[in-house]
Write a protein that binds this ligand. Structure first.
Ligand code: G
Ligand code: G
Ligand code: MN
Ligand code: NA
Length: 250
């Protein structure tokens, strides 16, 4: 398949770039974290979405080296930001199942000098269903390094409250479908309220994804959500534009 050989070539040439999108603390309305989002600059197709090429990279066994590159680049980028800012990195289920993950993370932190408590890992729930013992052991090990773990896209797919109970999550990222429903769907507001309430009770941060309007932000604040992310603040931007972005949002 054409895309497959293109991806292999792209990886060899490191034709990838990390973009960063800010996450805002609801209380201070300041940036607390930036999420690293991978982009592939395809010579003909332009920017290819990770939704297209990550599954392919998983099949091809490329996700582990690509994921290690992402971790390393993200840690290096965070070292150029103010020290109170964290960086969030998305992990593929395949990376989570890979035995070398904790070593790769330790190596990235050591090489860049980034403090472990400035790194967050975002994990989607799909994985959790299988290998729960191995997954739990890995997550406990990563937590012991001092980093934070977020459940990504909560409510979107295989969400199970059992997973929130048995895995050591620090944060829940509420899927943007619920944010989108705020204002015109009473169900969305009720679900957001229930999730943020649960997070508060369990000592977890709640982050709303896909915040696009002031009205949504106000509703989220009312419902007790603790962080917000979305186009209202900024689209994902290249690493070189982060400083200007932070100035704008300060
Ligand atoms: O903003 P964007 O179109 O980049 O994100 C699309 C999807 O790709 C999101 O679900 C996001 O979690 C995922 N994604 C973005 N960057 C990475 C990455 O570096 N690794 C993995 N595994 N997924 C990523
Ligand atoms: O699954 P994950 O949260 O990692 O995916 C992030 C994805 O969400 C990226 O594709 C990013 O570009 C997209 N995104 C970020 N903010 C918004 C937003 O406010 N609205 C919409 N529609 N998408 C967003
Ligand atoms: Mn994410
Ligand atoms: Na998400």
């Amino acid at each position: 398949r054409a895309l497959e050989s293109d991806l292999r070539r792209a990886w060899a040439a490191r034709d990838f770039e990390l973009f960063f999108q800010p996450i805002i603390d609801m209380k201070t309305r300041r940036v607390s974290c930036l999420e690293a989002l991978l982009r592939w600059n395809h010579p003909d197709r332009g920017s290819v979405s990770p939704e297209t090429f990550i599954p392919l990279a998983e099949e091809m066994g490329l996700i582990v080296p690509i994921g290690e590159w992402v971790l390393s680049e993200a840690c290096a980028a965070a070292m150029t930001w103010p020290e109170n800012l964290r960086v969030a990195v998305n992990l593929s289920p395949v990376q989570l199942a890979h035995i070398g993950l904790a070593e790769a993370i330790t190596a990235s932190l050591a090489r860049t000098g980034l403090a472990a408590d400035r790194l967050e890992l975002e994990i989607t729930e799909t994985v959790m269903m299988k290998e729960t013992r191995a997954t739990l052991a890995t997550l406990e090990r990563l937590k012991a390094l001092g980093l934070r773990i977020a459940m990504d896209d909560f409510g979107a797919g295989y969400s199970s409250l059992r997973n929130l109970q048995r895995f050591p999550f620090d944060k829940v990222k509420i899927d943007r479908a619920f944010t989108a429903g705020l204002g015109h769907s009473r169900q969305s507001a009720a679900i957001v309220r229930a999730v943020t309430g649960m997070c508060l009770s369990l000592g977890m941060v709640s982050t709303a994804e896909g915040v696009e309007t002031e009205a949504q932000l106000d509703a989220l604040d009312r419902e007790g959500c603790t962080e917000a992310q979305g186009y209202l603040f900024s689209k994902p931007v290249p690493a070189k534009d982060v400083a200007a972005l932070l100035d704008r949002l300060a």
